[in-house]
Ligand binder design. Structure first.
Ligand code: COA
Length: 165
């Protein structure tokens, strides 16, 4: 009997930095997929606060001994998914606003490659307001960000903003 091939999902994004919202979503996706590859987009218009290496270190710290890998994404998402032998693209949905954006992106991706499905998981209702840029803004003004990120990310944000004063 042939063994079924592993189900691998590519989870793309900026992850600048990874948040508790992303972490919960990935943990839930690990009950559906055998492996998750987190693709850090390095060539989009956003100017990141953290380097690629820093973002990788935050993700590795959040998922010790788990089937989670990190890779840079440089190019079209569907090409990257194919190159990495992923069966699916994974995305999270927090709100109707996310839906409109995701709908357009998924429609474009499936018109480019019909073999790669996009799988959506709804965010935990408690996390719908979390985003990396809001967390950075709260940290900039010394607000408490510890409920939203790992201790390693919280330390790095604290350090970043203490350097800039
Ligand atoms: N919990 C908390 N926050 C979440 C989240 C979740 N589950 N899911 C998304 N977010 C936040 C992110 O933190 C980010 O917040 P920010 O903007 O405040 O930093 C925001 O939602 C959206 O970011 P993200 O999901 O990281 O997407 P992105 O817009 O940064 O990246 C790519 C989008 C990389 C997937 C897209 O640009 C892409 O595919 N690029 C490759 C080129 C390509 O193929 N283009 C054609 C696609 S049609």
């Amino acid at each position: 009997m042939t063994r079924p091939s592993p189900r691998i999902a590519l989870y793309p994004g900026s992850f600048d930095p990874i948040t508790r919202g992303h972490i919960k979503l990935i943990s839930r996706a690990l009950t559906i997929f055998d492996r998750i590859i987190i693709g850090i987009a390095i060539n989009i218009s956003k100017q990141p606060m953290f380097s690629f290496e820093e973002r990788v270190a935050f993700i590795e710290d959040a998922f010790p001994d788990m089937p989670v890998e990190v890779t840079p994404l440089d190019g079209l998402l569907v090409h990257e998914a194919q190159r990495l032998h992923c069966n699916a693209i994974l995305r999270g949905l927090r709100s109707g606003t996310d839906f409109d954006y995701e709908f357009r992106m998924t429609s474009m991706n499936s018109s480019l490659n019909q073999d790669i499905e996009t799988v959506f998981l709804m965010s935990d209702p408690a996390d719908t307001f979390i985003s990396s840029s809001l967390i950075k803004e709260v940290a900039r003004f010394q607000g408490d960000i510890t409920p939203f990120v790992t201790p390693k990310v919280a330390d790095a944000l604290l350090h970043k903003f203490s350097e800039s004063v």
